[in-house]
Design a protein around this ligand. Sequence first.
Ligand code: AMP
Length: 603
Amino acid sequence: MATPITDPIVGIDLGTTNSLVAFVRDGVPEILSSREGRTLLPSVITFSDEGVPVVGYAAKGRKVRDASHTVFSMKRLLGRGFEDLKTAAQGLPYKLLPGEGIVKIEIAGRTYTPIDLSAMILKELKLGAEKALGTPVRRAVLTVPAYFNDSQRQATRAAGRLAGLDVLRIVNEPTAASLAYGLDRKRQGLIAVYDLGGGTFDISILKLHDGIFEVLATHGDTALGGDDLDFAIAKFVAEQLRARDGRDAFASPELHAELLEAAEALKIAFSEREEAILEIASAGYRTTFTRAQFEQLARPVLERTRQPCLRALQDAGLKPSDLSDVVLVGGPTRLAVVQRMAAEIFGRTPNTSVHPDEVVAAGAAIQADILAGNNKDFLLLDVVPLSLGIETYGGLMSALIPRNTRIPTVAREVFTTFADKQTGVDIHVLQGERERVEDNRSLARFKLGGIPPQPAGIPRVEVIFLIDADGILQVSAKELKTGREQTIEVRPSYGLTDTEVEKMLSASAVNAEADVEFRKIVEARNDAEPVLRATEKSLKQAYRLLPKDEADEVQRRYEALQQAMSGKDGAKVREACYALNRATAKLADLIMKEAVAQTVEPR
Ligand code: AMP
């Protein structure tokens, strides 16, 4: 007789399109049935007029018939702000309301946050698991795309809590997939996990050896997935409809939903067939598409996976030929055109042997089993997807933890004040790869006060960043002389612009040069400023202590540096600063001697 299960830890894959829950029984991961008796739970919620939610296939069936009461692809909105959603919600037919940082969705006269809605899906999974296991389920491991930022992870964790789950760990989806892949086959070597889901794309490079799963690098795009393939088809059809009868198919939520659903069905058909029919009954539209036509629409979307793959390889210091396997995960990887794209990028035929829908949940369950104290031979070493740092003088980000650093991790750095008698410092926590503060995601701001007034550069403020195993950040700052400390858990407003993370990495490559230039000028200015200020104070003494021509020289060099500082050329600032330093060397010496003479003079 099987031993009864008590207080199980389940693994949950909260997907854009479908969600699953799994549990390891006697060392074997098993996908648990939903209350609908299926393994997949469509991540779709439909509401009654009274606001009662229904999740799953039942809701999926109402996507078209009752579009105004039904929501889907919530994961695309999780942890994002209103501004952001101009791109992330492209193709989603609902009304988004700007909230206080957090975006809200209006459905049938009520408003919900993406966290509320994700929690409803998680609650349904929890109920399904309880039914399947015959015991209450209170603890879970959740997965997120590796490329989720801090705010998206926090939002996921919040949704878990809202669903009544103690979220013991957040695991990156490709890492979870590799656990399931590695466990199954006891594989070793370097693998790439190409994970294209409904709404997100992740690429992770891992090293598997002796039960250790070590993530070497990760990259991705949190707004790219199968949904975009549907949208590309829907847009094509909408253009045809507009040409035919001049109306905008996207203007009606019903037609919009119908269009997307028909597009998805067409896409799925091409994973098996060469030809398929797309029909929009309400618009009297019916056309046969060939696979080649579909692939033409799909290519530009899939091309967007190339760059992240190349950057991940680069970050891992590897060439495609170093890999022993490329593992495909996610529904769209069933499409030949996606498999070809992965083959093209990595120069090898990818492995399609894992179950693309179930592998992530299975991996989450394995991690849950490890946390439960079983499976002791496994060790998971994951990394941070984006660099974390703080704002320093001059509007620059100083990274404390570079991306792809192994987690959990701690970083310390000592900063100082820039002005005399400064008694407080503002700590501005940032995430991203760019040089300038404004180009990165602002995670939090706090102020450390009570610094004893001292000359600029004397106080020492130690900033500590701690990233836990979930990839969530905690920051603290301490003034070392007084020991005054402040700790904050970084609580993002869940409502930040998408431009941020997406732009951060892609733009960091494109703008690397501009960034470097900007860093140069700002750093040069930072170094030159104290020299300017010191000279300012001593200019009067220059005319008293130095011959006139030498004092004039100091004055000229001083003005030249001032002028260089207002320009954009870092090298010029450095040169001018060096010249001013040289011109004032003698003066500094004389001032020092005079000061010493005054202090030792007998009274
Ligand atoms: P996932 O997030 O891994 O559940 O993937 C969901 C995405 O996979 C959605 O965009 C689905 O339309 C897509 N999908 C599911 N099955 C297939 C299939 N057989 N062929 C192509 N795409 C699929």
